[in-house]
Write a new protein. Sequence first.
Length: 109
Amino acid sequence: MVYLILFVAIVAEVVATSALKAAEGFTRPLPSIIVVVGYAIAFYCLSLTLRTLPVGIAYALWSGVGIVLVAGIGAVLYGQKLDLAAIVGLGLIIAGVLVVNLLSKSVSH
């Protein structure tokens, strides 16, 4: 259940971060509301996961997966180009998330 809540936190953060660009400095109301609500949900859900997961592990998973998803959304929705170095770096982030989640004894399964 803790990973489901963490997944909700990640999705809410990714939606909020993606809407942040569309909010144009909080000058557009609907994207601005999505940003505020998304971050509120993200931080609330992240705080719930900290009852079970160590803070370093939860944050590493939350931020790592979020970075990769936001980069993908930036490429698809905003036409941002990812060069080879960016793709390799994102691959390393994914590898790091997998190592932490699958191999680390710090994660309670």
